[in-house]
Each structure stands twice: as structure tokens, then as C-alpha cells.
Write a protein that binds this ligand. Structure first.
Ligand SMILES: O=C(O)C(=O)C[C@]1(C(=O)O)C=C[C@@H](O)C=C1
Length: 361
């Protein structure tokens, strides 16, 4: 009886798969046609459209009635769109490497698995590679919910004219892992990135107080290191564990369960409004009392939500303070224009780093 029912259900699934297959192919042909129309209008047209992708994914999440949850459904459509875009023109993305970092995970989450992702050794190399046109976009970490801002990324914007085209937030789960050579009863050294150590500090203090903590350039580098050492473990993410064939001996050891990192997508292209956007600006002010108040006041007056304010020391003579400010809205919105105008009058210098869709996934 069960066999018969199972057989019927599988026939049904086969027929649904055929329909899904036909529909995905039809959608892919449509994307090819979109590419033809774009190129006809402008031979150097950019195929990747962050605002449109955000709208497609938001609509899917809005319309989804289950049983798959919204994120899962959007993830499937993320991959379909990624494959469709690859038919138009595969998008090339530089990320803070090496292979197996959380930044690679964030790149794949944002662009899907059909994007060509290239690892870079440092944040400024990601900026350089995009500026040189070797890749179209870059992905860099900018802030962690436990550890705060990645100052290197913010400072890189001061020397660059690149724009922010998007953001992606990744829930960060840290695991302790060992290689097949590790003698688990003799672990005396743990490798990880300094930020990951900080995110797991309480756990490490209570479980491995005596082990030496060695900070290396990335979690993936930590995972790579322990392959050749019998007394070492690493703290890194799932991707690094998979990539280097390591076994997780303790999972989700981050001190805060909501530990997440926000990454920025950098590129050359301004992004039109998607309907739910953020804008990032950098403002330089003279070193005088009330500087921060002068910046914040126009946001208050026009009721614009600030999502982040970060102060960095300036690196040139005229810039004493540099403020990085993120807020809700797009630079084409009339109210945002008004606020930017006011800020421009008060600041030594004001640069819009970009308006971009709020992270969807
Ligand atoms: O609508 C477009 O402009 C497309 O190119 C199609 C499409 C899609 O598959 O939906 C593909 C890539 C773009 O980044 C956005 C959307």
C-alpha cells in the first residue's frame, strides 16, 4: 500500500519537475532576450542590476505561502537568477580570501553560485582589483555585531572613488575543528582570525583556557595551517571545514547567538532605487565643538533613520574628523536630497559612497 502511494507521489513529482524545468528554461530564454535588448540600447550595457534582483527576491518572499520558508524560497530564486545572469554575462567578483572565508560565503549568498569569485589576499587588493576593472565587483566585511567595525574597509573608501552597490548580512557560526592528524587529547594551540577569537572568547576561556591562541590572517588560513600540525585546532566556519576536509569537534561556539557580519558590495556603477534602500556617506568636518551635532541634526529634522555612525581619524591635514554615516533612503529621494544639501553646506567635504538595496537575504 505504502509502495503504491510512494509510486504515485513520485510520478507526480516527476511531472512537476518537468514543468519546473520547462519554466526555468523559459525564464532563462527571457533573460537572454533581456541581454539582447540591453546591448541593442547600449553596447557597453551593464547586465547585473542589483535593484532589480532585490525587487525580484522581495516579491518572491512576499508571495511565498510555504511550506518552504521565505529565506529558503528566495535562496532558490537567487540561484536561478544567478544562472540567468551567467547566460547574459557571468559576473566576476573579487572577495577577501583565501578560499573558505566568510567573505566568500557572503559573496555566494549575494551573487549565487554562477558568479565567478576570485580570492584576494587583502581588503585593499579587493578595492584595487575592482578599480582596475579586472573584476566588476568586490565583497569586503564592514562590521560585526559582536566586534564592531572593520576599520580597514572604511579607510579604504578614503583612498578610492568606488561606490557601494549592495550589502549582505551573514549569520556567523564559528566551529572548533581538527584535521585527521590532530591528536585530540593533545591540543595545545588554536589558530583563528583575531575577530573570531574575540567572538568566541568566553567559550575559549571556559573550555580551552590553557591552549595558546595564535591569530592568523583569516579563518581559512587557520584551517589550512592545522593540516600539518598534530597538536593544533582551528576556529573557522563551515566553508573552511568543508574546503580543507576538517572535522568539527564543537559547533556554534560564538558567545552571542546572533553573531553576524555585514559585508559591502563595491563597484563602479550607481544603483537606481529599488524601493527599500540605504545610503552611505562619508563626511569630513573641522575639529570644532558641535561637529557631530551639525551632521546629525538634518537627519533628525527630516526624520531619516540613521542605521550607523562611525568616526575615523582623518588621514589628511584638512580632514580632522571623518564620519561614516549610513541611513535609510536613496539619494534620488527628495527628502534625502534635502538632507545631503544641508550636509554639504556644513561639511568640509561630503561624498556619497552609494545608495543601494537593503540586504534581502
Ligand atoms: O531584469 C534584468 O535586467 C535582467 O537582466 C534579468 C535578471 C533576472 O534573471 O531576473 C538577471 C540579472 C539581473 O541582475 C537582474 C535580473
Amino acid at each position: 500500500m505504502a509502495d503504491e502511494k510512494l509510486g504515485q507521489l513520485r510520478i507526480q513529482i516527476d511531472s512537476l519537475d518537468q514543468k519546473i524545468l520547462d519554466l526555468i528554461s523559459e525564464r532563462a530564454r527571457c533573460a537572454q532576450e533581456v541581454a539582447r535588448v540591453k546591448t541593442e540600447a547600449d553596447p557597453s550595457a551593464v547586465f547585473y542590476r542589483p535593484e532589480r534582483e532585490a525587487q525580484v527576491l522581495r516579491k518572491i518572499m512576499e508571495k511565498n505561502d510555504g511550506p518552504l520558508n521565505d529565506e529558503e524560497m528566495a535562496r532558490l530564486f537567487r540561484e536561478i537568477m544567478s544562472a540567468c545572469l551567467a547566460l547574459e554575462d557571468p559576473v566576476k567578483v573579487a572577495f577577501l580570501g583565501p578560499e573558505g572565508t566568510f567573505t566568500q560565503q557572503a559573496s555566494l549568498k549575494h551573487f549565487g553560485h554562477s558568479a565567478v569569485c576570485v580570492p584576494m589576499a587583502a581588503i585593499d587588493e579587493v578595492f584595487r582589483e575592482v578599480a582596475a576593472g579586472a573584476v566588476s565587483y568586490g565583497v569586503v566585511p564592514v562590521e560585526n555585531s559582536t566586534e564592531g567595525v572593520v576599520s580597514h574597509t572604511l579607510d579604504s573608501f578614503l583612498d578610492s572613488s568606488l561606490k557601494i552597490c549592495g550589502e549582505v548580512v551573514l549569520r556567523i557560526h564559528q566551529h572548533m575543528m581538527v584535521s585527521e592528524n590532530t591528536r585530540r587529547d593533545h591540543i595545545t594551540r588554536i589558530y583563528s582570525h583575531a575577530q573570531s577569537f574575540a567572538q568566541c572568547r568566553k567559550w575559549l576561556d571556559s573550555h580551552w583556557p590553557m591552549a595558546e591562541r595564535v591569530a592568523v590572517s583569516s579563518n581559512a588560513e587557520a584551517a589550512k595551517r592545522i593540516k600539518g600540525e598534530w597538536n593544533s585546532a582551528a576556529i573557522a566556519g563551515d566553508m573552511a571545514a568543508e574546503m580543507y576536509g576538517l572535522e568539527k569537534i564543537a559547533e556554534k561556539i560564538e558567545d552571542r547567538p546572533d553573531n553576524s557580519t555585514r559585508f559591502l558590495i563595491i563597484g563602479n556603477q550607481p544603483v537606481p532605487p529599488s524601493g527599500n534602500d540605504k545610503t552611505s556617506v562619508v563626511i569630513s568636518m573641522r575639529n570644532q565643538p558641535g561637529a557631530l551635532h551639525a551632521i546629525l541634526e538634518p537627519f533628525h529634522v527630516h526624520n531619516l533613520d540613521l542605521t550607523r555612525v562611525e568616526t575615523r581619524p582623518s588621514r589628511t591635514g584638512i580632514w580632522n574628523y571623518v564620519f561614516f554615516v549610513d541611513f535609510e533612503g536613496h539619494q534620488e529621494d527628495p527628502v534625502v536630497r534635502k538632507v545631503l544639501e544641508k550636509l554639504g553646506e556644513r561639511a568640509n567635504d561630503l561624498r556619497v559612497l552609494g545608495s543601494y538595496p537593503k540586504g534581502v537575504l
